[in-house]
Structures are given as C-alpha cells and as structure tokens.
Write a protein that binds this ligand. Structure first.
Ligand code: AMP
Length: 193
C-alpha cells in the first residue's frame, strides 16, 4: 500500500517515471494531463472546457481538476494505493487532495520531486514534441509560460510537503532506468518497498 505524488517542472520526466514506479509498486499512475488530453481528443464537455487552457500552457481551473481527481481516487483500482502525476499543482489543489484523503482515512507516504534545470527541460520538451504530438510542446513561448507557471504556482507546494516531512528529492538528469533506481532507492530508505 503506497500513496505517492510525483512533482517537478514540465519535461522533468514525471510521466515516464510515474509509469515505471506504478509498475514497480503495483499501483495505478494517474496523470491529470493524460486524462485531460483524452477528454480533449474525445471532445467531451470537460475536454472542450480544458482545451483552451492547455493550448495556452495555463492551468485548467481548480474546480474542474479537483472534481476529476476526487472521482478518480474513488475507483476500485486505487485500493492498493496510487501515484499522482501532475496533481496537485496549486495550493488549492493541495487542500482539495488533503480533504479527499482525510475523508477516506488515508494519507500520503511520500512526495517525489524530480529536479532538473530549466534549459535542460526546454530542450527535452522540444525534442518530445516531435513524437508526442502535443501542441503545448511544440511552441517555445508556451513551454516557457508553463515553466513560469510551475515556478509561481507549483514550486511553493514543494515547501508545503517538505514541511510535512514527505519530500524525496531526486536528480532527474540521466538515463531513465538510473533515475527510477534513484527514486526507488530513496523511497526504500523511508521504508517504502
Ligand atoms: P501535463 O501532462 O501534466 O504536463 O499537463 C498538461 C496540461 O494539462 C497542463 O499544462 C495543464 O493545462 C493541464 N493540467 C494537468 N494537470 C493539471 C492540474 N493539476 N491542474 C491544472 N491543470 C492541469
């Protein structure tokens, strides 16, 4: 039973590592970005609302995002735990998640922060754009807007979780498998297997 968050700037490799960690711990990786993209692709009401924000590199409003996560965490597959990738991203979302977990009598085990310098992630994202087809990856202005938003809105959460003693900081530069090993090694030291 393990409940994890993965935080870090766009391009830090959250999605890649989340999938590998989910496999390692036998829990679902829940990416709000993936869920929004699927809704945009299927042209659902949520997708139609979310699309403009995503194309501009802005955050989808907390009201929509919080409702989506509260619903998702209630699904059966989250019984053995979960890994959230890309949520929470605002202080309001932290409060909403705290509430959902408190209602279920649960708590987080660790918050993994992937650290990487800005110029490295800009290069990574532009490279990723070639394969991902993500419109928010192809435009450097949008990428920089997403990075600024991360610094302004999301970086403060890292301090919040640090204050709670949950933060595990991991250098996200290097081979994918090496980064995964660093994360699982750091989690093992905290008794998370
Ligand atoms: P990601 O795949 O995590 O990079 O997310 C892609 C985009 O989806 C973001 O730039 C936002 O527009 C939107 N998004 C994903 N997660 C959140 C969230 N927790 N809060 C608000 N917007 C989000």
């Amino acid at each position: 039973m393990v409940r994890l968050l993965v935080v870090g700037p766009p391009g830090a490799g959250k999605g890649t590592q989340a999938a590998r960690l989910a496999e390692a711990y036998g829990i679902p990786a829940i990416s709000t970005g993936d869920i929004f993209r699927a809704n945009v692709r299927d042209e659902t009401a949520l997708g139609v609302e979310a699309k403009g924000f995503m194309d501009r590199g802005e955050y989808v409003p907390d009201s929509l995002t919080n409702a989506l996560v509260a619903d998702r965490l209630g699904h059966e597959d989250c019984a053995p735990g979960f890994l959230l990738d890309g949520y929470p991203r605002t202080v309001d979302q932290v409060r909403a998640l705290d509430q959902v977990l408190a209602d279920q009598g649960e708590k987080l085990d660790a918050v993994v922060e992937l650290t990487v310098e800005t110029e490295v992630v800009v290069k990574r994202i532009l490279l990723r754009a070639k394969d991902s087809g993500r419109s928010d990856d192809a435009d450097e202005t949008v990428i920089r807007a997403r990075l600024e938003l991360f610094a302004r809105e999301t970086a403060p959460l890292i301090e919040v979780y640090g204050g709670r003693g949950l933060l595990v900081q991991v250098d996200a530069i290097g081979e994918i498998a090496d980064v995964t090993d660093r994360i699982t090694g750091a989690l093992r030291q905290r008794g998370i297997e």
